[in-house]
Ligand binder design. Structure first.
Ligand SMILES: [Zn+2]
Length: 90
């Protein structure tokens, strides 16, 4: 999270917005859970289990939208779809 979703103030690694006082704890927990799911997805990809990787990445996207997750999901989807090796450099 780069900005407060309530007032758009720059987020400075605290659990509360310096401007509006919004509690970021649940949002930060969701981001941390999404990061864990992305790590699981990378492990699944490394093991060749693209189905599990896609499942983890889709769950991660429900918790936190991040272009990196979209990119990994596209990569895993390409590998899952036709059995060829996808590329991150498109
Ligand atoms: Zn705020």
């Amino acid at each position: 999270m780069e900005r407060c979703p309530n007032c758009r103030a720059v987020h400075e690694e605290s659990e509360q917005c310096r401007r509006c006082g919004m509690d970021f704890t649940p949002l930060l927990a969701a981001e941390a859970a999404a990061d864990t799911l992305v790590r699981y997805a990378l492990i699944h990809l490394g093991a060749g289990d693209t189905t599990a990787a896609v499942r983890s990445l889709r769950r991660a996207l429900t918790l936190h939208h991040d272009p990196y997750i979209d990119l990994l999901l596209r990569f895993a989807g390409e590998r899952q779809g036709d059995g060829t090796t996808g590329t991150l450099l498109t």
